[in-house]
Structure formats: structure tokens, C-alpha cells
Ligand binder design. Sequence first.
Ligand code: SF4
Length: 861
Amino acid sequence: MSPVKTTCAYCGVGCGIVATQTGARTATITGDTNHPANLGRLCSKGTHLGETIGLEGRLLHPEVNGERVSWDRALQAVADGFKATIAEHGPDSVAFYVSGQLLTEDYYVANKLMKGFIGTANIDTNSRLCMASAVAAHNRAFGEDIVPCSYSDLEEADLILLVGSNAAWCHPVIWQRIEAAREKRGTRLVVIDPRRTETAERADLHLAIAPDSDVALFAGLLHEMKARWKLDGAHMAQHVCVPEGFWDLSPVDTAKVCDIPQSRLEQLYDLFEAHPRTVTLFSQGANQSISGTDKGNAIINLHLATGRIGKPGAGPFSITGQPNAMGGREVGGLASTLAAHMGFGEAERERARRFWQSPTICPGPGLKAVDMFNAIADGRIKAIWVMATNPAVSMPDANAVRAALAACPLVVVSDCIADTDTSAFAHIKLPALGWGEKDGTVTNSERMISRQRGFLAAPGEAKADWWIISEVARRMGWADAFSYPHAAAIFREYAAQTGFENGGSRLLDISDKAQISDSDYEAMPPFQWGGVSPLASGRCSTADGRAQMVAVQVAPRTDADSRYPLRLNTGRYRDQWHTMTRTGLSPKLSQHRREPLVEVHPDMVARFGLDDGGLAVVSTAMGESVFRVASTDNQRRRELFVPIHWTDQTSGGGRAGLLPAQDRDPVSGQPGFKNTPAKIRIWQPRWTGFLVSKDVAPAPACRYWTRIRAAHGWLVELAGDGDPQGMLALLPEGQRAEVSDAKRGTVRAAVLADGQLQGALFLARNGGLPPRDWLIEQLGGEPASTVELLAGRPATAQADRGPIVCVCFDVGMKTILDAIRTAALASVEQVGAALNAGTNCGSCRPAIARMLETERSPVYA
Ligand code: SF4
């Protein structure tokens, strides 16, 4: 098959990929050397996309009330359900909850249907959870959602401030570009993050500030620059509007609010003063906060006042989490934007209606994500269509979302995955195309619009999201307005809308593409709207063309509460994506972290009597869940960190989403995921254990379990208080060998069929379980003897490679440390030359660098 140029399915970096199909559902994946976002680089997630395109777990046929039906019946059921609800309760009784995984063309059609034809703005996207605060900050400062920087600015900066961003894990190719720039021009790096992440470890200065003290930090930095006479008066006079009383704030003890030494703060001040070419890159750590919009504006204020904007290597730069969060922002996927960056003023609504030639138009903004699910809970919304996302896992207070969905009279889910925690509540399930099958455009964090192209045949009866939405719209009576033959026609209409009566009022204008031919759309290379530096002229989209500084609120530090003395932060792992529906299919990606860990400072481990490597219950006012304890001084003392990826499909426990409260930023409506009052207590189960199996086992009936892909099968970690013998039911059919010792509380069993190991179960009351990796290997070929299988070890001892660090070449931590020590390796490059580790995607290079650092400055207990 010919190679196809497309874009990565995951993060907002938007890397270009060359996919070459090698079989019905297999492909080789390489980085596109011509794509401006990545110039050939890919991280571990992008590199292993080929492992995730099989049909396992796919939704392949439409279903109504659990029964397979024809597309016609399913679409008619959706249209009838929405029409009847609107007829009885009005347009505001229905809603769409969509996703940054949709392509721009899908988003465009969904937005047009809801705002222009149904007549409500009750369409919101899971991007609300990711970067709505940055959107609100841009709108307040620039009069439009404009990202003023490009990736090339990172290569031209002398100082980069990374705020609330673990770029080495979450935006790895941006991180690689930063590392390359540092190597080349000695760019200084400051990381502002409560956690000492792999990103923070590589910084010249790490400020582990108290959660949600960023506004104080940036307001303090701005006032310090004023005190040092470092504001850019000429820039401000010409291009910036400063509200009256802006500088009259009572002084704040920044070091105290941020809980960092004054000397560290002075280092930041000196670095900032010395480097006019400064980029401040901010991400979810800043946005996912009840003061997220003020954080964004505090950062933008600093850049506006010091003239560090609209110039090479300078500016405030928000990066998005999802692959097409930006595309959604552009077309109006958020309840708070009408379409094509227009707001909800009378003239704008009428303009959108005329452009769409629609019978109606929404009267104003719609309900934002948290409010939308609350409206379902209290019965105001009676029909919801969830597209390509999993709010039953990812929303804050996720148990309340589940209760709302359970009570909702009509829940429609369109997704490529058959069984998700959200689709469990669906009355109608619609099979959508997945990555590698669908066709359209995406926009990355630097406003680069790229084609995502299909290279695999549509499986089963799966259809493009834009097709599904259009077919429902046709059945609701709007056939003419939704008669799109293909994605190119939608793109042309969207491009035309960006220029419709624009007259230079909005920077987003790609109307030069409104007449693009089908063949040119097919071949369309990546292009960046607004150019490399959209604010280079100093002119913004505000009424007077000047950027607006915004008075922000410096919130006092929130003190610990005696019931919940700790603070809970949630976030991502390096090699997993969202709820693991795709990355969870890859055995390679599943190796980096096999279980959901709660990271806890060692002092808190001691104080709360936890066991490093044992289990603990994390509780908030919303609920509780069990996690494996990882003791680390990378955490601030009173703070916990848990990952967002585990769901009911993959675990019983480890559910982060149910823990954060619904508290949200008053401007953006973005929830504050990263600072929830919490507590932790040890849980000592009666027994612990694990199962390795070739085929997926049923969900175990025990309090804690996690299931993850392993080479040739699955690894299930188990812990419970009930009768361990019940776990034997997890083993597959076959010839079983078993040794149990009721006195010592051990169960060891292995099942073979046709000479192949099908599964092995190990349970113990007092630990002492064998390592997992050797048993996992036995699933792959001729297994060892029964005696060895039941021992869980080969007769001859094997080298233990430790937890996997480099997933591309299966290199473990112990192997790397041994090589560093025995061969006196001194650099990441030398480790790569010796072991290959870090020489492919490069995602593990920060981890290798950390090991080299530790070896250079050993810490002895
Ligand atoms: Fe994909 Fe990784 Fe690039 Fe993000 S950095 S777009 S996950 S390859």
C-alpha cells in the first residue's frame, strides 16, 4: 500500500505521521519529516499507533436498547427522540456533549445543527475540561481566542517558563524541540509546578509552588518588573489598554502565598529581567483550576506589559491536550462561542443565521459541561448525545454524572468503542469511524490546520461522525442544509463562514480555502491560520484594536481542613491517553505504568502509616477509590497525585474522576481538577495476587483489580478481603495444575491447553508473589515446566531488568542502572549507544537523564 500522510490521534502537538498499511488492520507508523509540527519526530504514543488499529473492542453496528438494528432505524430513533423532546420541552431540553477527538468537519456539523437549527447552544466539548480557561483568557485579553505564538518561538526564546506542564510526558515532541533548542542556544528553563516531574528535573529552576498560587506568582513577577523599571512603556502606550486602578493592588507576600523561598523567587525575577525573549508555555496545570482564567490573564498581563509578545521567541503560549481541541474552539464546539470565533451578540447571531440560512438561532450561550450534566440530573435536559468521549469517567464528581445519565430519558452515544463506562447508560449506540479510518482536518496548538486522512477500510457499519449527525439532521427535517457528500464540502462551508462579513474583525479567516477543490483538499498541506505571529502588528480583535490587561484576583492560600488535610492533583501518564480505549490496546505502551499509583511524599507515608508499594484508599467529599502507593519526594508534603486513565472497564479502584469536586472557574466553567481536599488511609487486604492470561478474563469480584495489556495477553493485579479461592474462576478452561496452602494463604495455579500456557494465578496472604514478567513471557510460546510455572520462576535464575523505561526496545530500569554503573556511562547518548534505550521515539530520555543524575549524586538512606 502507498504511504499516507496523516496526523497523530493524541495530543495537541499535532504531529504529522506517515502510515503505511501492511495488512487488513496493521500499519507501520513513522514521523512525517515534512510536517512543520514535528519534522519527523514522534513520541512513544505516536510511534506505537500501529498497535492500536485492530478491531478489538470496536462498536461495529448500530444498537437500540441493546439490540442490533439497521442504520435507518437507529438514526430515525435519534431524530424522533430529539424531535419529541424538543416539541414537548423546548430546545433547551436537549444537548450534545462532544470531544476534542472529533475532526473539525464533525464539530462544524454538530455545532450548526444545535445552534442554528435546533436553536440552543447546549453543545459543549470535553475541551471544557482541558483548556477552556485559556480560551476565556485569550478572549478577555485579545478580543478573540488567539494563540499568539508558534512552536518556532520555543526555538528562538532565551528563556522558557513552563507553567503547569509536564511537557516531557504530556507534549513530548514539544519537549524534544525545547531540549534541542537548549542544546543549541542555551535556552534557560524555569518549570513552575507543584510536582517535581521529569520536566521539572531538567529545569534550571524549578518552583514547586503551592497549588493554585500561580496568579500570585505572575502578579508578583509583573509588579517586580515594574519596580525594576522593566515595563515596555512604548508598547503599552500604543497597543495595550490598562484598566484604571490596575496597579493599585495592595502588596502581596508572593513567596508566602506560593510557599517558596524568597531566594527562589528572586532567581525567577532575575532570569525574567535578563531575557526579553521569553515564552511562557502553559497547560492543564494552569487551566484546570477554579482560578484558571485569571492564571491565563496574569501570564498574558506580564507579556503585554513587558512587550514580550508578537516578537520572535516571545509570548504567552497555551498548549492544548487533545488533537483537535483547537478545531473545536474554531468552529464553535464550546457552549460559550457561537461559530468561527463569533460571540453571541445580536448582530453575530443574525450573521450566523443568515450564513446557515437556518430557521432559528440560539438566543445566547449554552450550558457548559458541568452545568450540562447538572441540568440532566435535575431534569432540565432530557436528551443527550455524547460523541467520542467518556464523561462517566472524565468529568469531575463522575459518580454524579453516572447518576444523571442513568436518569436521563434519552442517552445517545456515538463512539468507535463498544463498551465504555458512558455507553453503559446509552439507549442508542452509533458506531463511528476511528483514527486511520476517518477523514478531515485538525488544528494543533500553534493554529496549524492539517489533514487527517483515512488509510484503513471502514470496519463493520461504522460511519463518519459528520455523516451520522447530518443523517439525523435530515430526519429532523433539515435535509437541504445537511446534504454533504463528503468532508471536503463541509470544510469549504466552514472556511467560507470564517470570512463571512468578517471585514477584518476576526483574525480567524481561512476563507481563501472556501473554493478549494476536492482534489486540492485531498492533497492539502498543513497551513497555519494567523501566520507564525498573529499579533506581530500589535493589533488585536478588540473594539479599539488594543490588547486588554485584566485585573486578576490573588486568592489567599487555602488552609488544610481537618477532615481532608491533603490536596489531590490528577493528571496523565507518559504512555497512556485519556481512558485508555486506544493506548490500552498496545502492550508496549502498557508497560511504563501498569497500575494507577497514588504518589505520596515519604513523610505522609510515615504519618498515615502507609506502605510503599501497598494499597491505600484516597477519599474526598465526593467519594473514594483504591490506589497503589508510590512514596516519592517529587510530591510536596501535603499533596497527592493520581492518574486519570483507569475506568470500570480496566479496574475496580484507581478511579480518579470520581474524586474531584464540581467547583469550577467562574469565567470559563473549567473544573479545578488539581486541588481537591483529600485524605488517605492504608488498606491492608486479606490477600493480594495477580493473574496472567492469554485472553481477557471477566471482571474479578474483589475490591481492587486492574487489567492491563501485556505481551501475548493480559496482566490483572488483584487484592481482596473475601475468599481467595473465588479468584480461580478467572482462569480459562484447560488442564489445570494447582498448589494451594490454606494455612499460609497461598494459591498457585496454571492452566495449559495444547501445550500452551493459557493463564496463571498467584495469590498470597503475606506478599511473596513472584515477578510478573517471566510468567507473561510464558504466554508467548512453549512454556516452561509445570513445576517452574507453579513456582513462578525459571529453574535457573534470570536477570531482573526492572520496570520498563524504554518501551520501544523493552529496556528496564535495572538494566540501564547496571550499564551506567558497570560501563561508567555518562550521558543519555552513551546509554543509547550501549542499550538502544532512548534512541527511537525519545520519550524515555528524561527518565534516563534522571537515572544518570541520581547515579552522579547518589542519595544514601
Ligand atoms: Fe502524537 Fe506524541 Fe506528537 Fe503528541 S507528541 S501528537 S502524542 S506523537
